[in-house]
Design a protein. Structure first.
Length: 197
């Protein structure tokens, strides 16, 4: 009887802990970010479909590299915001250093900022770089006379390798220098967004 009573009491405590640990899923935020991803992807895809076929191979490759770099940079910001500490930014905010309050806001909303940077911008850049790569491979094939399938295989593999390698290097740097990255990013945002006093 004592064992049964103990087990029931223990199960009630575990259920209470589980209820506290359960995170509230913000459906509004999920729908907003999904819609944002759709709009950004649509805009970028439309733009690349219109612009890329009229470019030469070198400019196309530069465009792909820029898209990869944007993806890597936003991935770094997404990792940094989850790894950053509020303490140094609170002391900066007390000294009224520009960008510190924006950095605090970013860290306080780390889950949303990380989702936007990694999942929306990062993933959209990955998809767009692949799409642009296919369009560029057709241009390279036309200009050089090399088989389109071979060019497409090599170029898509190269884009994947650069994206994965860049993100791996960026993640490592972001974890070690998270506060520096968030502060620089916050200072950049504070140029366009006035900080509350």
């Amino acid at each position: 009887m004592k064992l049964k009573a103990f087990n029931e009491k223990y199960e009630k405590k575990v259920k209470k802990i589980d209820k506290r640990k359960r995170r509230y899923v913000d459906v509004k935020w999920v729908l907003t970010i999904t819609f944002c991803a759709f709009l950004i992807s649509l805009a970028f895809s439309s733009l690349t479909e219109i612009v890329v076929p009229h470019l030469n191979a070198i400019i196309g490759i530069v465009l792909v590299l820029i898209i990869i770099i944007i993806g890597v940079v936003f991935d770094m910001v997404g990792v940094s915001v989850t790894a950053s500490d509020l303490k140094p930014f609170n002391s900066m905010a007390a000294k009224k250093i520009r960008g510190s309050k924006t950095a605090i806001k970013l860290i306080q909303n780390a889950e949303k900022v990380s989702a936007f940077c990694n999942d929306v911008i990062g993933d959209v850049c990955g998809i767009i770089s692949g799409s642009v790569g296919i369009l560029i491979s057709a241009i390279i094939s036309k200009e050089t006379g090399i088989n389109n399938s071979i060019v497409t295989l090599v170029l898509t593999a190269l884009i994947a390798a650069l994206t994965i390698g860049g993100k791996a290097m960026g993640k490592s740097y972001a974890i070690n220098k998270s506060d520096v990255i968030i502060f620089k990013f916050a200072k950049l945002i504070s140029i366009f967004r006035r900080e509350k006093k």
